[in-house]
Ligand binder design. Structure first.
Ligand code: ADP
Length: 252
């Protein structure tokens, strides 16, 4: 078992965070941040108070999909997270950089430090859910983040092109090492719907999510189609206007 080193939430002991859920993927580009965003939107719609910690330090994309570019206010007792139009609280390194497109070249310990500050020094306030968008992969960076935070559950995002079973098994191993529950698997890019005849087309081949989840003995939470509108809404900072049913039945 790897020791977790969560710190007391100090942004002035003002924070009361009920559940921390981390979202991970086997590699970049499978839609981990998009799924994190959609999950936040869904939980918010269900009436929960929600925050997103963008811990994908080297490729932070959360602020953009929520259309946020205001610098967080640095108050005496901590850093105020940005707030989306529906009231989702967001903290990302991107909001603290001078230029949004500045590259971040950091090694593990620095990433760990940044995440601890996102936990300790951000005034999250009362939250039902804090979602953590982890760095991609199952190696050092996401592990560092998970070690730095009191994560309650882990969601894995995969694409049909991956060896899903293997990615999920790695995630399960990581989660077990830290005594974290794997909430389940979501497959992104599973299919697309033909705009003319409405037929479902499995662009990347047969969906493997359900089978991969079963193999690794974790729940299958559902699949997300390739949708031009979703990409467009994310690009335009309007993810909160996107209608998705993927999370409406799920309980976390
Ligand atoms: P990751 O966090 O895994 O690197 P992102 O969530 O940033 O991936 O997604 C990568 C790109 O793909 C983004 O431009 C996003 O808008 C787009 N995208 C993700 N999921 C979908 C989808 N289901 N349909 C269409 N575009 C998507």
């Amino acid at each position: 078992t790897i020791k977790k080193e969560p710190q007391e939430a100090s942004a002035a002991g003002l924070n009361r965070i009920k559940k921390v859920i981390a979202v991970m993927s086997g590699k970049g580009g499978v839609g981990k941040s998009t799924v994190t965003g959609l999950l936040a939107v869904s939980l918010k719609k269900q009436g929960y108070s929600v925050g997103i910690m963008d811990a994908d330090i080297t490729g932070p994309s959360i602020p953009r999909m929520f259309g946020i570019n205001k610098r967080p206010e640095n108050l005496e007792f901590g850093l105020m997270p940005a707030e989306s139009s529906t009231g989702i609280r967001i903290m990302s390194l991107n909001l603290l950089l001078e230029n949004e497109d500045d590259p971040v070249i950091w090694r593990g310990p620095l990433i760990g430090n940044a995440i601890q500050q996102f936990w300790n020094d951000v005034v999250w306030g009362d939250l039902d859910y804090l979602l953590v968008d982890l760095p991609p992969g199952t190696s050092d960076a996401p592990l560092t983040v998970m070690q730095s935070l009191p994560v309650d559950g882990l969601i894995v995002v995969s694409s049909p092109q991956e060896l899903v079973g293997m990615v999920v098994k790695k995630a399960v191993k990581m989660a077990n090492m830290m005594d974290i529950r794997v909430i389940g698997l979501i497959e992104n890019y599973s299919y697309m719907v033909c705009p003319k005849c409405k037929e479902k087309i499995e662009v990347f081949g047969k969906s493997r999510g359900e089978e991969g989840a079963k193999e690794a003995n974790v729940p299958y939470l559902g699949s997300l189609p390739i949708d031009y509108k979703l990409a467009k809404f994310c690009d335009e900072g309007r993810i909160e206007e996107y209608e998705s049913t993927i999370f409406t039945d799920s309980r976390f």
